[in-house]
Design a binder for this molecule. Structure first.
Ligand code: ATP
Ligand code: MG
Length: 422
């Protein structure tokens, strides 16, 4: 871990224990430290009540007093310091109705979700690990603390956290935990879509999205959430064959695009789904544009006559799609094609298509060497809808290199097009 962060946390723990309380590092930071993974933040658990914590540390923010959490600032790092607590009465399968502060750290560890997240470390370097979390880290297993059915019943989001930890850490899921998940999967319907989306994103952005998708497919979890997911676990499993390269895509946006492509979603259907799943607007629009380029590309491949290569017509249609939906979306589609197992439609044309894009002399109306005003004057016509169409037609000619992007050449071409039209 960042040694300055660890030292700062150590000072907080020392201060609490000097004042007669118990205090430990707990949860994700211990798990990641034992795995040799980077630690991004450190949580502290203590027997001290929130008021006692606040009086010991003047630089603090009461971020979650009702469940015992005070954020303490030390060396400018924020640390969540939470009082030992138990939880009970999860009538809504989401959050406890009551939390009670307790004096025994084991009680606090018992309320935590998985054994690998239920380990404490003290200043003396000793682990407190009543549920065998260190052993499960060695065996690379995600296992519920206590009876899986009950724990998933209490809080259904834990099922997705289970898949998320298993896929991001490259772990398996303990047999009883998996069985409990299958039995309780309908509970996901109680969880807010935003929280489900947040876990899914972490699965998709993580190092093993394919493993996570496989677990989601086998569990049938997604179809049980509040938001629509019009595919079954079997559909998802069948799509997985086309997703072998998904982990090689750098951007989360392209990973989502590849998934929705493999599931056979149209751009419009994907857009509607992503809206329902509360995707951020930029991701949703970006994915939909990539799928629109895909639609133009597959239409062009289908339109190519037998015998003659598709490349000529494809080039124009592809550049037209790049102009309509954005060069970034066009590049995104090529990245998807390259990530598909050889069989993508026209995958062999990816290097050429990359070159077409790179060599495109103009990428939008702003770069075109004539304006609408120039054209209306040169043709002596009143501006109207024709003007936008003409500009787009000229833009495609210039982008395809058929006409130089130069004022005189473009005006001559405009006159030719105008005559042909009349
Ligand atoms: P990361 O921050 O890398 O996602 P983390 O383990 O720190 O991992 P957090 O969501 O930050 O996860 O939660 C901190 C700790 O709180 C967990 O390690 C776990 O002990 C406990 N915890 C979090 N969410 C739940 C939950 N839904 N049910 C039970 N315990 C939970
Ligand atoms: Mg955390």
């Amino acid at each position: 871990a960042d040694s300055r962060m660890a030292e700062a946390a150590g000072r907080i723990i020392a201060r609490l224990t000097d004042a007669g309380h118990e205090a430990y590092w707990v949860g994700g930071c211990i798990r990641d430290e034992l795995l040799g993974r980077p630690v991004h933040d450190m949580d502290i658990t203590t027997s001290a009540k929130p008021e006692a914590v606040m009086s010991l540390f003047p630089r603090c923010v009461p971020t979650g007093l009702q469940h015992g959490t005070v954020t303490v600032l030390e060396a400018d790092f924020p640390f969540e310091v939470t009082t030992y607590r138990t939880e009970s009465g999860y009538a809504d399968h989401r959050r406890p109705e009551t939390v009670a502060f307790v004096m025994d750290v084991k009680e606090d560890l018992r309320r935590r979700d998985f054994t690998i997240n239920a380990i404490c470390l003290g200043l003396d370097g000793r682990l407190i690990d009543p549920f065998g979390g260190a052993e499960d880290l060695r065996r690379r297993l995600v296992r519920c603390v206590g009876k899986a059915e009950d724990r998933f019943d209490e809080d259904a989001l834990r099922m997705l956290r289970c898949v998320r930890f298993a896929s991001t850490l490259g772990f398996g899921i303990a047999k009883n935990t998996w069985r409990g998940l299958l039995r309780r999967r309908d509970g996901l319907a109680h969880i807010a879509v935003e929280r489900v989306y947040a876990e899914l994103t972490r699965i998709m952005e993580g190092p093993r999205p394919l493993a996570g998708l496989g677990m989601l497919a086998r569990s049938g979890l997604l179809a049980r959430g509040k938001a629509p997911f019009p595919w079954t676990g079997e559909d998802l499993a069948a799509a997985a064959a086309g997703l072998a390269g998904i982990g090689e895509l750098e951007s989360a946006l392209l990973r989502w695009a590849l998934l929705l492509h493999a599931l056979g979603a149209t751009a419009d259907a994907a857009d509607g789904l992503m809206r329902a799943w509360t995707f951020p607007g930029a991701t949703r629009r970006g994915v939909a544009q990539v799928l629109r380029v895909r639609e133009a590309w597959t239409a062009a491949m289908a339109a190519a006559g037998p015998g003659e290569g598709p490349a000529l017509g494809l080039r124009r249609r592809f550049l037209a799609a790049a102009l309509a939906f954005g060069a970034e979306a066009a590049e995104g589609w090529l990245a998807l094609l390259a990530a598909m197992p050889r069989s993508g439609p026209g995958a062999g044309l990816v290097p050429s298509a990359r070159r077409w894009l790179d060599e495109m002399p103009v990428r939008g109306l702003a770069g075109l060497a004539v304006t609408g005003g120039d054209l209306a004057a040169a043709l002596d016509r009143r501006p109207g809808p024709w003007l936008g169409e003409l500009l787009q037609a000229l833009l495609l000619e210039a982008a395809a290199g058929a006409v130089p992007n130069d004022r005189t050449a473009l005006i001559n071409e405009a006159k030719r097009m105008n005559r042909r039209e009349q």
